[in-house]
Ligand binder design. Structure first.
Ligand code: HDD
Length: 684
């Protein structure tokens, strides 16, 4: 049989030329054929001798590393932090004292429970981790988008994570808290009640990673030149304002686009609309801490900003998407123990446990002690030490001396009293060793009540409905009852609403708090809806067009929306472009059936009558309008579109706008129509 000199069965073999480098093995051996393995004869077995095949397959077989045990699903970007106000009075850390200097950063956002390939929009806490490459070493602020945590002591972390992850015998549900083991654990951990209020709020359904807050959670310390300590809590505030989706929308986004948040972050950076956050701090000393009606070392508590206001000190801008997902986003290793001189830890027992856990997990995940040499993890300041060797050592240190003290090499690294890290010299009374929870950590319900009672009525009903949804997925009756018994303590009305939503015949007995529940002043700053910024910046508006749509109206809307910095997506039944009524061809961004309206902040329909009549029979078009309506979005609809609205059973309300003038629609698209909601779905 005749041999094909290149490729098999006439397949084109791509060859190197002046613009394409020569393909080589890892050893640099040039490769002539990247299509065919070496075989004995034309149709014979492959040969062990084929080092090119073996190397390629072996490398592929080893391409995966263990995913993060939590926060496996994440997206990240490069950027910079600029300090705008010096904290010189409180700290020596240059990153917090050198105003105007740009510090490179890498920020990774994540969900917690799901695996690396899970969806972006489950109800879940979002990780908000920022690595600052400061001139005094890396500072990792490893926070979440919720300012408190489930547990008070790191000892409980493996139990919490085991309870929330998919159940070990059946391996579901993926990326969801709505199952028995999670709520069983929570119902037995009263300390988690405050966090539970936050996760049942719309905070866990962010519209975009760019529109959520971040929190360092724990109290940290700042240390001044004289060694004076000030407590600090870190807050990230999104410049686009806060915004969340509604639950039905979040569910539909899971099918519309698995990568909804990742794509949104990517798109915004690619088009130059760089996500920005303000860095704010709460500063307080021991005396102020002692006046608070709770213990600030307890990570299940916030310090309401109504008590200690936030001070804005700088700005984070993310302006560069990573070149390679694995090398950067997957291999980045955050650790709360990475702090430069001038920042120190508090005795928060959760933080203390975290200081151990991250380095430990990275040794496994990244395969050994040299992971700090990976470009994404390496400091961007001079660094030197006597640590040597180990798996995958990349450095080639020269000289005889890899120890200290030494006298043989004059340039070997030495410790520096002047610039080195010093811990806060905290005086500690000598106590006995014990496994104890401080009594000051015993109030588990007061801040849960404060959070719930601070929310708007709409947000309260979302929380109660979320609770009903989650507990309806719990099959064990006594777990549902135990949870309601906690809710009755937090707020009796909430407990009753959830019990009713679950169809309970009898209210369970309220749980018995370890100490009296305090009625704290509300903290309106914890709400979201009021924090939605009246802007189209960062929002995406879809325009539905088809053959014969009016060219002048399409142009008028597009220009008006873009002038407001909205992103406009042209949607049509077919993706190859539509011919408008003036004969011009309009490029289309997405096909109607593949672009559900859950993905957009508001919609515009500019259809010709014949097209609207045809689409009125199509379920994808009906769903498009019905979902935008159900997700409380502004809708601009040309008269012809009424055919679809009628077919979808939608009765236009104040959230509907005519298409002769984009201005009223633009105002409507800056908000959501909350008044529509009670008529649409039974909220608890
Ligand atoms: Fe954690 C990852 C945030 C408590 C142990 N955590 C991880 C990430 C974030 C947080 C954002 C992902 C970092 C990345 O993008 O790579 N974790 C938190 C916050 C906590 C918290 C805000 C409480 C205030 N974590 C916590 C405790 C422990 C851990 C109490 C263990 C004692 N966390 C880990 C970990 C992870 C991690 C197992 C998994 C992957 C990794 O560290 O690198 O070590």
């Amino acid at each position: 049989m005749q041999q094909h000199p290149i490729g098999n069965a006439g397949e084109l073999q791509q060859q190197a030329d002046s613009s394409h480098p020569v393909l080589t093995t890892q050893q640099g051996i040039p490769i002539a054929d990247n299509q065919n393995s070496l075989t004995q004869g034309n149709r014979g077995p492959s040969l062990l001798e084929d080092f090119i095949l073996r190397e390629k397959i072996t490398h592929f077989d080893h391409e995966r590393i263990p995913e993060r045990v939590v926060h496996a699903r994440g997206s990240a970007a490069h950027g910079h932090f600029t300090l705008t106000e010096s904290l010189q009075q409180y700290t020596t850390a240059k990153v917090l004292t050198e105003v105007g200097k740009q510090v490179p950063v890498f920020a990774r956002f994540s969900t917690v429970a799901g695996g690396a390939g899970s969806v972006d929009t489950p109800r879940d806490v979002r990780g908000f981790a920022v690595k600052f490459y400061t001139e005094e070493g890396n500072w990792d602020l490893v926070g979440n988008n919720i300012p408190v945590f489930f547990i008070q002591d790191a000892m409980k972390f493996p139990d919490l994570v085991h309870a929330v992850k998919m159940e070990p015998d059946r391996a579901f549900p993926q990326a969801a808290t709505a199952h028995d083991t999670f709520w069983d654990f929570i119902s037995l951990m009263p300390e988690s009640m405050h966090m539970v209020m936050w996760i049942m709020s719309d905070r866990t359904l962010p519209r975009s990673l760019r529109m959520m807050e971040g929190f360092g959670i724990h109290s940290f310390r700042l240390l001044s030149a004289s060694g004076k300590s000030t407590f600090v809590k870190f807050h990230w505030r999104p410049q686009l304002g806060m915004q969340s989706t509604v639950w039905d929308e979040a569910l539909k986004l899971q099918s519309a686009d698995n990568d909804y948040h990742r794509r949104d972050l990517f798109d915004s950076i690619q088009c130059g609309a760089f996500p920005c956050w303000d860095l704010c701090v709460q500063l307080f000393d021991e005396e102020q801490a002692a006046m608070l009606p709770f213990d600030h070392l307890d990570p299940t508590k916030i310090i309401p900003e109504e008590l200690i206001p936030l001070k804005r000190i700088g700005e984070l801008v993310l302006d560069r998407w990573p070149d390679n997902f694995f090398a950067e986003t997957e291999q980045v290793a955050f650790c709360p123990a990475n702090v430069p001189p001038g920042i120190d830890f508090s005795n928060d027992p959760l933080l203390q446990g975290r200081l151990f856990s991250y380095l430990d997990t990275q040794l496994l995940r990244l395969g050994g002690p040299n992971f700090a040499q990976l470009p994404i993890n390496a400091p961007q300041c001079p660094f030197a030490n006597h640590q040597r060797d180990g798996h995958m050592q990349q450095a080639v240190p020269s000289g005889r001396v890899s120890y200290e003290p030494s006298s043989l090499q004059t340039d070997s690294p030495r410790a520096s009293q002047a610039s080195g890290f010093t811990h806060f010299a905290q005086a500690t009374p000598e106590g006995s060793k014990a496994r104890l929870r401080p009594e000051s950590f015993a109030d588990h319900y007061s801040q849960a009540r404060m959070f719930y009672q601070s929310q708007s009525r709409v947000e309260q009903s979302h929380m109660a409905s979320a609770m009903v949804f989650e507990l309806s997925k719990v099959q064990t009756a006594h777990v549902r009852e135990a949870m309601v018994s906690h809710l009755l303590v937090i707020d009796e009305d909430l407990g009753r609403r959830v019990a009713k939503g679950l169809g309970m015949q009898q209210l369970p007995r309220a749980a018995e708090p370890a100490m009296p529940v305090q009625d704290l002043d509300p903290s309106p700053a914890t709400c979201i809806i009021d924090r939605m910024k009246p802007t189209l910046q960062g929002r995406c508006i879809a325009m539905l067009v088809d053959e014969g749509s009016g060219a002048s109206t399409v142009t008028m809307f597009k220009q008006a929306l873009q002038a407001q910095q909205a992103r406009v997506m042209i949607i049509a039944p077919r993706v190859s472009g539509v011919t408008l009524d003036d004969g011009s061809i309009l490029a289309v961004d997405a096909q109607l059936a593949g672009a559900p309206s859950a993905q957009f902040d508001a919609i515009v329909s500019l259809l010709a009558p014949s097209s609207a009549e045809r689409l009125a029979t199509q379920s994808c078009a009906q769903d498009w309008f019905r979902d935008a309506f159900a997700h409380l979005k502004a809708i601009a609809a040309c008269p012809a579109s009424n055919a679809i609205l009628d077919a979808s059973g939608i009765r236009p309300d104040s959230g509907f706008f005519a298409t002769d003038d984009p201005a009223p629609f633009i105002e409507g698209a800056k908000t959501r129509f909350w008044s529509r909601e009670p008529a649409l779905r039974d909220l608890a």
